[in-house]
Design a protein around this ligand. Structure first.
Ligand code: FES
Ligand code: FES
Length: 399
């Protein structure tokens, strides 16, 4: 058990919690704040959205111990909030709810939208709400209610809030207590001014954290080419990068080093990571290690990863590439780490990589696969998301 101290709806709480207890269960079962609903428990549906230090966060994928020193606001804590009063009236007037299951999370996200944007067209409101799912309404009433509150010219009347947007979307603030300094993780990779640093500037402790705490993926790919041919192809950093959906090099490789970009879309967050790769190869063992680190200023997220690959012979004309990937996310995208969604997307990207690798080595790439630069990595995420959404709806309808 770990002792945490946090404020919930303005009330200071001290509690002993298991390190694995998520904030949603802590709020519902330990604090009896059942206004926070739980749908998918994977960070997809948004039903469990609460405010952490004033920013919307998915409480089902946030550990309670990670909120030590935080201010948590649930739907119960917004009873007298002027923005929420307007939204409640508008939701009622525009028939923006039926069963009401999604409504607490929807209202909290809606309050973020109207205070952060103040004005937005329908398409923008729908995009902003895309992280909250509703099985009943078809969203028409919800969008109308949000826009109605915006149209009230609320910017002046509504209490101003500066720290809205998803948790992690803002630069880390000055820590106000030791516990908070561990919770708001400063960018680990981006240098001041957004300059991209080489992985060698990432500290030993940070690489060790990737190895000990990172999400691990293990995959084996069979290719219809000899071990030597496969090993040679893998030495071409540019060609290999072009096999990764959404990735491209932005500088020519030099001595096994290069800079690149990777586009990722997870839930409502779109990220374009700029980063740096370093490759070490052991020819005798047919083994390579790639270390990469990047950051995305838009979502204030950082990623570090280590890929180890080994090429084994299967026959004279075929080989197996064993790949182990370990990666760690911090910032806004880290919300999704526990959900398995990140793993799904990474798994999907690995499968696409295997297909592109085989096609590129066989010279059939152009016919088999569109140009990597135009490949929508977000579509991969949506495919993974959809499986979880379908499961979420199945469970709700069968309950
Ligand atoms: Fe948390 Fe669905 S229950 S996002
Ligand atoms: Fe949204 Fe029922 S009103 S899920």
């Amino acid at each position: 058990m770990t002792k945490v101290s946090l404020a919930i709806n303005g009330r200071q709480i001290e509690a002993e919690v298991e390190p694995r207890r998520n904030l949603a269960d802590f709020l519902r079962e330990d604090q009896f704040l059942t206004g926070t609903h739980i749908g998918c428990e994977h960070g997809v549906c948004g039903a469990c959205t609460v405010l952490v230090d004033g920013s919307p966060a998915r409480s089902c994928i946030t550990y309670a111990v990670a909120c030590d020193g935080a201010e948590i606001t649930t739907i119960e804590g917004l009873e007298k909030d002027p923005v929420m009063a307007r939204l409640r009236a508008a939701f009622s007037q525009h028939h923006a709810l039926q069963c009401g299951y999604c409504t607490p999370g929807m209202l909290i996200s809606a309050s973020d939208i109207v205070t952060r944007l103040q004005q937005a067209d329908e398409a923008r409101v729908r995009r902003e709400l895309s992280g909250n799912l509703c099985r009943c309404t078809g969203y028409v009433g919800i969008v109308a209610a949000v826009r109605a509150v915006m149209a009230q010219g609320g910017a002046a009347a509504i209490e101003a809030r500066s720290r809205r947007g998803p948790v992690g979307a803002h630069a880390a603030s000055t820590p106000s207590s030791p516990s908070r300094s561990t919770r708001t993780q400063p960018p680990a990779y981006a240098a001041p001014g957004g300059e991209v640093r080489a992985p060698s500037s990432v500290t030993v402790e940070q690489w060790r954290a990737v190895e000990t705490q990172g999400i691990e993926l293990v995959q084996s790919i069979e290719v219809a080419h000899s071990r030597e041919e496969t090993w040679r192809f893998l030495s071409d950093l540019d060609a290999v990068t072009r096999c990764i959906p959404g990735a491209r090099l932005t500088t020519a490789p030099q001595d096994g080093r290069a800079q690149g970009q990777m586009h990722v879309k997870l839930g409502p967050i779109v990220s374009a990571f700029a980063g740096y790769l370093e490759v070490e190869r052991e020819d005798a063992a047919f083994r390579g290690v790639v270390r990469g680190a990047g950051s995305d200023s838009k979502s204030a997220s950082n990623a570090r990863g280590i890929i180890v690959y080994t090429v084994k012979p299967l026959s004279e004309r075929s080989a197996q590439v064993d790949i182990t990937v370990k990666f760690l996310l911090t910032g806004a995208l880290a919300q999704f780490s526990r959900s398995g969604l990140v793993k799904d997307v990474a798994d999907h990207i690995t499968r696409m990589f295997a297909r592109n690798l085989e096609a590129s080595m066989s010279g059939t790439r152009d016919g088999a696969q569109p140009d990597h630069a135009t490949l929508d990595a977000g579509a991969l995420a949506r495919a993974a998301v959809w499986k979880r959404i379908a499961g979420f709806f199945r469970r709700l309808f069968s309950s």
